[in-house]
Ligand binder design. Structure first.
Ligand SMILES: O=C(O)CCC(=O)C(=O)O
Length: 209
């Protein structure tokens, strides 16, 4: 329950609400997990979480000109510098250089590595151009979450529900839980379940390597 409490934390939700312009009454539960150190060094390719690399410039812009409707965050329990991104790229289509770059290109113009000390938090739009670069010798335990808004409607459905959370979230039994976070959690969960009902089978967002 420490994990759940940290997700529905009032202070955290205050920042999420401010970032996405959403009252607490519209915040929607999305995803929460722990990113850990791999056994071997490992890299993710450059990507946006919900726009495929095959998208045309027009398709990218069509999505990116709409509000992000979510905030995603990394909150490491150990110092963490695994996340690499191109600032501002969540508001524009890829440049020719980005589009033509090898998907594992180690250096894109203007990229930065997000260096977080344990306990710091970085919020970002998950359609920013980003990748993970993982050093197997460095301990990693990073809380990785996202919270959305009811206003997103089906725009966020696939991004969130493809992970199957819609199926079990409705069965999460909060009876017997104590604390001011519980009512908030119940309402945010119910909004996610409602999104699942409205959206039906959302399919998966997956790209071939
Ligand atoms: O490991 C990270 O911080 C980045 C993970 C990532 O790229 C993703 O969740 O899409």
């Amino acid at each position: 329950m420490v994990f759940a409490r940290s997700y529905f934390d009032a202070e955290l939700l205050k920042y999420v609400g401010a970032l996405i312009g959403c009252e607490e009454d519209n915040l929607t539960m999305e995803l929460y997990n722990m990113l850990v150190r791999p056994d071997k060094d490992f890299e993710l390719r450059w990507h946006r979480d919900d726009i495929p690399a095959t998208a045309t410039t027009e398709e990218e812009l069509e999505r990116l000109q709409k509000p992000g409707w979510h905030a995603q965050w990394n909150l490491p329990l150990y110092d963490d510098s695994s996340l690499v991104l191109v600032p501002g790229s969540h508001k524009r289509a890829r440049t020719e250089t980005e589009r033509n770059a090898n998907t594992y290109e180690p250096m894109l113009p203007d990229q930065i590595t997000i260096k977080l000390k344990a306990g710091e938090v970085a919020f970002y739009n998950n359609n920013i151009l980003h990748r993970g670069v993982y050093d197997s010798t460095k301990e990693r335990m990073t809380l990785h979450g996202s919270i959305g808004t009811k206003a997103a409607g089906q725009q966020r459905a696939r991004n969130v529900l493809q992970h199957g959370v819609g199926e079990w979230a409705g069965r999460w039994n909060l009876e017997g839980e104590d604390g001011e976070w519980v009512e908030r959690a119940r309402k945010m969960r119910d909004r996610l379940v409602a999104l699942g009902h409205e959206s039906g089978n959302v399919g998966f967002f997956a790209e071939k390597e």
